[in-house]
Design a protein. Structure first.
Length: 159
């Protein structure tokens, strides 16, 4: 009976030690991932606007409303927005990384928020939530023939 108790006690100690070592190994893996995320991520395929970059540009140009105060103050420049394209293709967590003016920043967020679903990105061939950065340039030009301002949205090719 004493030997059975000793054996049971030894097995419990062995089990607890193994569990502790496994937990430490897991923590080391997590720390390595935090130190070198790109090495452990695998192959990343970025999300894509459903009809391509040119159509995304047209979408932004069509729906972007140049803020009146920015037009009056002749504010031009770039707003850089970042967002997450979910594994379902939805756009979430839109933030301004580089702002221009409060009204231009707000308009850039509004336009990105009404975009249709994207084709999701992938990590190692599996759909995943991926962060996307999109620069949107606010620019206006006075037409020589008329006094109306033509609003232009422009961003660098991303493909």
């Amino acid at each position: 009976m004493k030997k059975l108790k000793y054996l049971l006690f030894s097995l419990i100690i062995l089990f607890l030690t193994a569990s502790h070592l496994q937990a430490q190994a897991y923590r080391l893996d997590v720390l390595k991932e935090m130190e070198h995320p790109s090495k452990n991520r695998g192959e990343v395929k970025m999300p894509v606007y459903p009809t391509g970059t040119d159509e995304m540009k047209r979408f932004i140009e069509m729906f972007l409303i140049y803020p009146k105060d920015a037009l009056q103050n002749k504010i031009e420049g770039r707003v850089v927005v970042q967002f997450i394209v979910s594994k379902e293709g939805n756009i979430n967590k839109i933030t301004v990384v580089r702002g221009l003016s409060p009204s231009c920043d707000k308009e850039a967020i509004r336009v990105v928020s009404i975009m249709p679903k994207w084709i999701p990105g992938e990590i190692n061939g599996v759909a995943a939530d991926i962060q996307y950065t999109l620069p949107i340039r606010f620019k206006f030009s006075e037409s020589e023939e008329t006094s109306n301002s033509n609003v232009i949205c422009d961003f660098p090719q991303i493909d």
